[in-house]
Design a protein around this ligand. Structure first.
Ligand code: ZN
Length: 658
């Protein structure tokens, strides 16, 4: 393992030890072989004067909800070191009382809640304490004869302790086990099935000890087992896309909310899914119990009859709950968070895209660790009771709640066509803001980069070509698992021409883009919408449908036919619960075609100022693309759950339409 320590950078922080603490914490956090998604924690002990000028010992510990990868000084919570340390001498302390005591010990009430490992950090008599869940170290502890293996690797440099539930019990256990310890001769503490602590009065030494000890564990795996996971049996996977959409719906119904499903067909995922003994090796337990809140204890194993296997996982989870629960617990949702689909790949399911990414990452590390463990004589994790206790530990569940994102459309997937600019782009941004994952389709290559969000995927596609639409939808399904919302918006406004001068070419182009492309996109999307959550379609019509103008025959006729298509679709799709509505915007001037020059010319033509021209409607209000996007968003929500086949103007009121 490579050390990322940079003396020059560290030098900048020499006068500010807290900055140095944050710096070396980030070095640990940057390495996903050490820390994954909020795991691990670090601390520093300093002497500070209080408001009366009196010196006191302060422990700055990582605050809950902060990630070591990005932590800054304000991510550390100062607590009264002496007070916290003394807590370990108590005979008993309940979880809720421990939290109360943690709050009482805080020296800055505006800081985040200190880590649940605070007491343990306080007990270690060194300035810097680093704690990670290193893959290599924890994997070795998850194999048969782990204590002997650790002795062989580290000799007497490391204190090895049995697994104990985190929180007060662990702190108390470490307190008792270290009363007689010669700290000067000890480089680290390894907690079986959990992780490793290093410590020193110099930040660089504590960090370097972590790197050195993890490197030794990696070297051991290289020597005694197989460090480079063999992915030679990987293959190109092509699952039925409708199966993914159905699976997503099954998971969502069990989770009780919409969810994202991600299909993984990378070499590790496919080769792991093809292992003959996958059903036994993948269902022993997580790498470290900490993962359970994100991934559940074990993944689902799906075969050819995947629907039956999925249903069995749900049943098994409920039985696992019954077996281990105590009186006052409520069963969490029983849906798996990832599944090994035999000879196909890996499927991740989560309430939002951020969680899906974390689970995907943890799944990768889990598969690798299992392969390492197998090569060291057999993967062997903690028993289910210990995992259950952590999964249902209120302090872990509280962590999960803090990282949940909000938004009415969380877990929903929307496809927005014609979204590289204008109304389509505004709709994309609005739906993203409301928590949805959005896939943008446009012929303009700008579509790939017009939005910077992990929840966005832009695909360059010619919407007049069915094959291209199919391929784009396949990407959407593999990335997000399904489609709930279709905003069919792509369109062009052809050059104005009276019918007698209208060329075949212009007419056909308008019909092809403004009408036929919508028909094709809708037709190809319907099978996925049928498995969507509260599915709906919004088609972008135009004021020209109810109130056409001269010179725009090809545009108005295509938009009128599109509106009729929407009405038929509403009739056909209603029984599947799919709502189809049309919006008719007018005079949306904040789009690319309406440059200042064009606006000035049009306003002048009518003898109006630009301001008057923009608000030339009954309400004298300006219609904007974000206003249209708001309406589209509202149509996707339950506020319109009883509305289908509707045509809604958004034009500031047009006397010809009214
Ligand atoms: Zn830990």
């Amino acid at each position: 393992m490579q050390s990322l320590w940079n003396d020059k950078k560290a030098q900048d922080f020499q006068d500010d030890q807290l900055q140095l603490r944050a710096y070396s914490s980030r070095l640990l956090g940057e390495n996903d072989q050490l820390i994954l998604h909020g795991g691990g924690n670090t601390s520093i002990k300093v002497s500070e004067s209080d408001i009366y000028g009196e010196q006191r010992d302060v422990l700055y510990i990582k605050g809950s909800g902060h990630d070591l990868k990005t932590i800054e000084v304000d991510g550390f919570t100062p607590v009264d070191l002496k007070y916290v340390k003394k807590l370990a001498t108590l005979e008993k302390l309940s979880d809720s009382e421990m939290i109360t005591q943690m709050k009482l010990s805080m020296l800055n009430p505006n800081s985040p809640l200190p880590s649940v490992e605070t007491i343990l950090h306080a007990l270690i008599p060194f300035k810097f304490v680093d704690h990670t869940h290193s893959d290599a170290v924890v994997t070795i502890t998850n194999t048969e004869g782990s204590v002997e293996k650790l002795r062989e690797i580290y000799g007497d440099d490391v204190l090895v302790l049995d697994y104990t539930m985190p929180g007060f019990i662990l702190s108390k256990y470490v307190y008792e086990k270290t009363l007689e310890l010669d700290w000067q001769k000890t480089k680290a503490i390894i907690l079986l099935h959990h992780g490793i602590f290093t410590f020193h009065d110099e930040a660089s030494v504590s960090y370097q000890n972590m790197i050195d000890l993890v490197t030794k564990a990696e070297d051991y795996i290289k020597e005694k087992g197989c460090f480079d996971v063999d992915t030679s049996s990987s293959f190109k996977s092509d699952p039925a896309l409708l199966d993914l959409a159905k699976m997503r719906k099954m998971a969502a119904l069990k989770m009780g909310e919409s969810c994202i499903l991600k299909f993984k067909d990378d070499p590790l995922s496919t080769s792991f899914s093809a292992k003959e003994d996958v059903a036994s090796i993948a269902t022993k337990g997580p790498v470290t119990p900490d993962h359970v809140i994100q991934t559940k204890r074990i993944p689902a194993i799906l075969g050819k009859n995947w629907e039956e296997d999925f249903a069995n996982y749900i049943k098994d989870y409920q039985q696992y709950f019954e077996r281990n629960q105590s009186a006052d617990l409520v069963c969490l949702d029983p849906s798996p968070r990832f599944a090994i689909w035999k000879n196909t790949g890996v499927v991740v399911m989560a309430e939002n895209h951020r969680a899906a990414k974390a689970i995907s990452n943890i799944a990768d590390h889990t598969m690798k660790s299992i392969c390492w463990g197998q090569s060291l004589g057999g993967w062997n994790t903690l028993g289910e009771k210990e995992i259950f206790d952590l999964e249902y530990w209120e302090l872990e569940q509280a962590k999960l709640k803090r990282i949940k994102s909000v938004g009415q459309l969380q877990g929903k997937v929307a496809v927005v066509s014609g979204s590289a600019s204008g109304i389509g782009l505004s709709c994309t941004k609005k739906l993203l803001n409301e928590g949805a994952c959005v896939v943008g389709f446009d012929i303009d290559p700008k579509i790939k980069s017009c939005v910077d969000s992990p929840n966005y995927l832009g695909i360059c596609v010619d919407l007049t070509v069915t094959e291209e639409i199919k391929n784009a939808l396949a990407q959407c399904i593999k990335n997000f698992g399904g489609i709930d919302i279709l905003v069919s918006n792509a369109g062009i406004f052809p050059k104005s021409a009276p019918i007698k001068d209208l060329s075949d070419e212009l007419w056909e182009k308008s019909v092809s883009i403004n009408l036929s492309s919508h028909f094709k996109l809708l037709r190809e999307t319907i099978p996925y919408l049928e498995h969507g959550m509260s599915p709906c379609v919004v088609l972008m019509g135009s004021k020209n449908v109810p109130a056409p103008g001269p010179g725009a025959a090809s545009y108005s006729a295509a938009k009128a036919a599109l509106t009729q298509l929407a009405r038929v679709a509403a009739l056909e799709l209603g029984e599947k619960g799919i709502r189809v509505n049309t919006v008719h915007p007018n005079a949306v001037y904040d789009t690319a075609i309406w440059t200042d020059e064009v606006l000035n010319a049009r306003a002048k033509h009518y003898g109006l100022t630009v301001e008057e021209y923009k608000k030339n409607n009954v309400l004298k209000s300006e219609v904007t693309s974000s206003g249209v996007a708001n309406l589209v968003f509202q149509l996707t929500t339950d506020n319109f759950s009883n509305t289908t086949g509707a045509q809604i103007p958004i034009d500031g009121g047009n006397d010809r339409v009214i």
